[in-house]
Design a protein around this ligand. Structure first.
Ligand SMILES: [Zn+2]
Ligand SMILES: [Zn+2]
Length: 762
C-alpha cells in the first residue's frame, strides 16, 4: 500500500549538498514526490511503501553529507496524492528563522583530486568546488542559497558545467558555486607600486611564487578577504613584513602543507582532526624546537598558529616544497579591519605588498580566519570566523513568541549577537572598535544580521562601560536598551553554551570589565544564573593611577602594584634596576601615587599577569594586549611542582585573593631563580582560585563551577584549576564554541537580557 510522508529537516541543510543527497536517496529507493527548500528548511514530500519510507528516514540521517547538520527532523503522515515522479522544486523564500546560509567550506578531497588530474577539466583550476566545498557565507547575496542569489550569478554555467549541475548522479548536482576554466572566475596577478605587467592564470601564479621566493610580500585574496603572505622560513622577509605592517611582535599565523606541519610541529590526534576539518581553523600547535620557521614569526612563544590551505589558490601557491610554510596574516594594517574588496585592498595594502594575487569572484562580507586550540580532545574557540559563521546555536525551546535580543558586545575583540525564537547567532569576530572603519563594519554586521534573519530587536543589550563605543552605539540608535555587567555576561555565556540550570559559581578572570561599583573588575567570583548574580569574591582591589598606558608600558603597572601593595619601599631599587625604568618618568609616576588623586580601584587578573610577565621578561613595553601573559605562559615548565601561596581571606561573606605574592616573586628573581617564577605563579594562581571556589561552592551548596574571561585561554591555568576542582568532586563548565574572552561577550549579554525579559513577563 502506498503511503505518503512529509519530512521537514532543519539545520545546516543549504549549500552543503543536502537537497541533491535527498534526491539521490529517494530515487535510489524508488520513491516519488518533491524535494524543496524553504529558508533554512528542506522539506521532502514523498510516497512509497511503508518499508521504503522507513528505510528512507533511516538513511536520511545516517548517510547525510558530512557538511550537513540536522538539528530538527519532523515527520508528518499525509494522504497519498499519487506522485508520478520525483523532482526538485525550486526554492521559496520561506519562513526565516535562520540565515539559511551555510558557513564557508574548505576545498574538499574530491575537488583536490580533480585539480591534480591532468585529464580533468578542473586540472589546476583554483576555483574548483562542489556541493561539499567552496565559499558560501561570503558569496551569498540573499536567501535562499541558490546560484542566482550568490555572486556566481555573474558566471553563467557552460554546457558541461550545466550538465553536471543538472545530473543527480554528479557531485556537482545543484552545486551553486561550481565553475570551470571555461565559465568561472579567473586568477589575476596585479603588481604592486612600481611593478608592471598584469598576468592571469598560471602566469599569475608564477609571478606570485617568484615574489615569495625573493622574500617579498604577496597579498592573496582568499574566501573572507586578503592575506599578506611571506615565506615563513625567511627571517628577513618576516621582519620586513612586521615593519611594514606596524606589528612588531604579535604572532603571525603560518599556513603549511600537511607534510610541513609534521616537520615544524607535533600535532596530537585531536589537533590533526581540527586542522583538517572543513572549517580549516588556525590551530595553536606546539612548535618543534628544531623547526626552521623564522623566530620572528612568533617571538617568545612556544606555540605556532598553524592552518592548512583551504582554497584552490592557496593549494597551488604552496605546492612546491620551498613554499610549503607561508606566513598568512590578515590583509590589513595593524589595528584595522581586514581588506576584502579588490579595489580597496589595492589601495590600502599598496605599501605593504609587492603584488596582488586576486580573482574576480567578489567577496560580499569580510571574515577572518577562525582560531582555536585543542585542550585534551576538545577544541576551544579563541576567535570565531570563517567556517564557523553564520551558524546559529539552539539555546532553548523553539519559541515563536520569544523576544528578539540584539547584543552589541564590548569594545575589544568585538562580535555581536542576535537571539530569537530559541536560537542565538554570534557574529564573526569584528575586532577592536577603535577605528572608524571597524565601527562601520560593526554597524554593517548588525544590519545584515537583523535583515537576513528577518527580525527587529525588542531590546538591545550592551556593556555597562560608559566609555565604550558599543555602549554609545546601543544607546544612540535604539530605544529599548539594557546594560549588562561585563563579568555577568561572561558567566551567562558559559551557562548558556552548556545549557546549565540552577545557580552556578562563576570564576571570571580577564583584563578589564566595568564593575557595578564603577571600578575595574577582572578577577571575580560570581554566584547566580543568567538573570542575576552576587559578587561573592574577587582579587583584592588595588588603587590604580595608571590607565591604558600601563598595558603598553607595563613597568608603570609594576610600580603601581608594588606601591599599592606596600611593597615599593622594600623592592624599589630592585624593580627599577631590573626593568631599567627611566628616572624622570618614575618620579612623575611616584608623585601621582603619593598624591591624593583617587585613581580607580581594580581587581583585574589580566593586569597581574602583565606585572609578573614584565618582572620575569624584563620587558618595559608591550605591543599588543596579552603579550606579556602569553610570554609568561610559554615559560611554564610543568616539571616544576612548587607554587606561590596566595592569601585568601573572607570578610562579610566575600572571599578575597591577595596579589601579595609579588614579594615572593621578587625574592625568587633576586636569588636567580627566574626560571621557576612562571610555573610557581600559574600553579599558585590556579590553586588559589580553586580553593576559593571550593569554599564558596561548599558554603552555598552548589556543585557546578563555570570559568569565563580571556585569562582562561591560558592552558596551564585552566588545566590545574579544573584538575583541582574535579578532584574535589565539582563539575567545571568551560567555554568551547564561544570564545572565553570578549569575542563571546555578546552571547552572554543576549542570554542575560532574555532571562531578565522572561522574569519581567515579556
Ligand atoms: Zn568539492
Ligand atoms: Zn564550466
Amino acid at each position: 500500500m502506498t503511503e505518503r510522508v512529509r519530512v521537514t529537516v532543519a539545520g545546516t541543510v543549504q549549500g552543503v549538498g543536502f537537497r541533491p543527497f535527498v534526491y539521490r536517496l529517494a530515487s535510489e529507493i524508488g520513491l516519488t514526490g518533491e524535494v524543496c527548500n524553504r529558508g533554512s528548511i528542506v522539506t521532502v514530500d514523498v510516497e512509497g511503501c511503508g518499508g521504503d519510507l522507513a528505510q528512507f528516514l533511516r538513511r536520511l540521517q545516517s548517510e547525510a553529507p558530512p557538511a550537513a547538520r540536522i538539528d530538527d527532523l519532523g515527520v508528518e503522515r499525509l494522504r497519498p496524492v499519487g506522485y508520478q515522479d520525483l523532482k526538485i522544486v525550486s526554492s521559496e523564500d520561506g519562513d526565516r528563522v535562520s540565515f539559511g546560509i551555510p558557513a564557508d567550506l574548505a576545498i574538499c578531497p574530491d575537488c583536490l583530486r580533480d585539480m591534480a588530474e591532468p585529464t580533468s577539466r578542473y586540472y589546476r583550476y583554483p576555483f574548483t568546488s562542489c556541493t561539499q566545498c567552496g565559499p558560501r557565507y561570503t558569496v551569498s547575496k540573499r536567501l535562499p542559497f541558490d546560484r542566482e542569489t550568490t555572486v556566481m550569478e555573474d558566471f553563467p554555467l557552460c554546457p558541461e558545467c550545466l550538465r553536471d549541475y543538472r545530473d543527480p548522479g554528479s557531485r556537482r548536482f545543484h552545486a551553486q558555486t561550481t565553475a570551470c576554466p571555461r565559465c568561472g572566475p579567473v586568477l589575476r596577478w596585479i603588481p604592486g607600486e612600481g611593478g608592471e605587467g598584469e598576468k592571469t592564470g598560471e602566469d599569475a601564479l608564477k609571478a606570485a611564487k617568484d615574489v615569495l621566493r625573493s622574500g617579498g610580500v604577496v597579498a592573496v585574496l582568499g574566501i573572507g578577504g586578503f592575506h599578506l603572505a611571506v615565506n615563513a622560513l625567511n627571517e628577513q622577509a618576516v621582519r620586513r613584513l612586521r615593519v611594514k605592517k606596524h606589528r612588531p611582535t604579535k604572532p603571525f599565523a603560518v599556513m603549511m602543507s600537511s607534510e610541513a606541519v609534521k616537520v615544524h610541529c607535533v600535532p596530537s590526534a585531536g589537533e590533526w582532526q581540527a586542522l583538517t576539518s572543513a572549517v580549516r581553523p588556525i590551530v595553536l600547535l606546539q612548535k618543534r624546537p628544531d623547526s626552521p620557521v623564522a623566530g620572528e614569526v612568533a617571538p617568545g612563544m612556544d606555540r605556532l598558529g598553524v592552518f592548512l590551505p583551504y582554497t584552490g589558490i592557496q593549494v597551488l601557491l604552496m605546492e612546491d616544497a620551498d613554499l610549503s610554510a607561508l606566513v598568512m596574516t590578515s590583509g590589513n594594517l595593524s589595528g584595522e579591519p581586514l581588506a576584502y574588496e579588490v579595489e580597496d585592498g589595492l589601495r590600502r595594502l599598496a605599501g605593504l605588498a609587492e603584488g596582488f594575487l586576486v580573482h574576480n569572484r567578489p567577496i560580499l562580507r569580510p571574515v577572518d580566519d577562525s582560531v582555536l586550540y585543542v585542550d585534551g580532545d576538545v577544541p576551544r574557540v579563541i576567535r570565531r570566523g570563517r567556517g564557523m559563521v553564520p551558524e546559529g546555536f539552539r539555546i532553548g525551546r523553539r519559541d515563536e513568541a520569544a523576544p528578539v535580543v540584539l547584543a552589541v558586545g564590548g569594545d575589544l575583540k568585538n562580535a555581536v549577537a542576535v537571539a530569537a525564537k530559541g536560537k542565538l547567532w554570534l557574529s564573526p569576530h569584528i575586532g577592536d572598535l577603535d577605528s572608524p572603519r571597524a565601527r562601520e563594519g560593526f554597524r554593517r554586521q548588525i544590519e545584515w544580521q537583523l535583515e537576513t534573519l528577518g527580525v527587529a530587536p525588542d531590546v538591545v543589550a550592551h556593556d555597562l562601560h560608559p566609555g565604550y563605543v558599543s555602549t554609545a552605539e546601543a544607546l544612540g540608535n535604539w530605544e529599548k536598551t539594557l546594560g549588562v555587567q561585563h563579568h555577568h555576561a561572561h558567566l551567562a555565556a558559559v551557562i548558556t553554551e552548556h545549557r546549565a540550570t540552577g545557580p552556578v559559581l562563576g570564576v571570571i578572570l580577564d583584563g578589564t570589565g566595568y564593575g557595578e561599583d564603577g571600578g575595574i573588575w577582572g578577577g571575580e567570583m560570581l554566584l547566580g544564573d543568567c538573570r542575576s548574580v552576587l559578587r561573592i569574591g574577587h582579587l583584592e582591589p588595588l588603587r590604580m593611577v595608571v590607565g591604558d598606558q600601563g598595558t603598553r608600558e607595563p613597568w608603570r603597572l609594576v610600580v603601581n602594584y608594588f606601591y599599592a601593595l606596600d611593597l615599593w619601599d622594600r623592592w624599589a631599587d630592585f624593580v627599577v634596576d631590573r626593568l631599567g625604568i627611566p628616572a624622570r618618568s618614575l618620579e612623575a609616576l611616584i608623585r601621582v601615587l603619593k598624591s591624593r588623586y583617587p585613581g580607580y580601584r581594580s581587581s583585574s587578573a589580566g593586569r597581574l599577569f602583565d606585572v609578573v610577565g614584565a618582572l620575569v621578561s624584563r620587558r618595559t613595553e608591550a605591543t599588543f594586549e596579552g603579550e606579556l601573559p602569553m610570554g609568561l605562559e610559554a615559560q611554564v615548565d610543568p616539571g616544576v611542582k612548587e607554587r606561590y601561596n596566595f592569601h585568601i581571606t573572607e570578610r562579610d561573606g566575600r572571599w578575597m585573593v591577595s596579589p601579595g605574592i609579588l614579594d615572593a616573586v621578587c625574592w625568587d628573581l633576586a636569588a636567580g631563580r627566574q626560571d621557576r617564577v612562571a610555573t610557581k605563579f600559574h600553579r599558585g594562581f590556579a590553586a588559589a582560585w580553586a580553593e576559593a571556589a571550593f569554599r564558596a561552592a561548599t558554603r552555598h551548596g552548589v556543585s557546578t563551577v563555570a570559568v569565563g574571561g580571556g585569562v582562561w585561554q591560558n592552558r596551564w591555568l585552566l588545566r590545574w584549576f579544573v584538575e583541582d576542582l574535579e578532584n574535589r568532586g565539582l563539575r567545571v563548565l568551560i567555554p568551547r564554541r564561544w570564545p572565553a574572552g570578549d569575542g563571546g561577550l555578546a552571547a552572554g549579554q543576549a542570554a542575560v537580557a532574555l532571562a531578565k525579559l522572561r522574569e519581567g513577563g515579556g
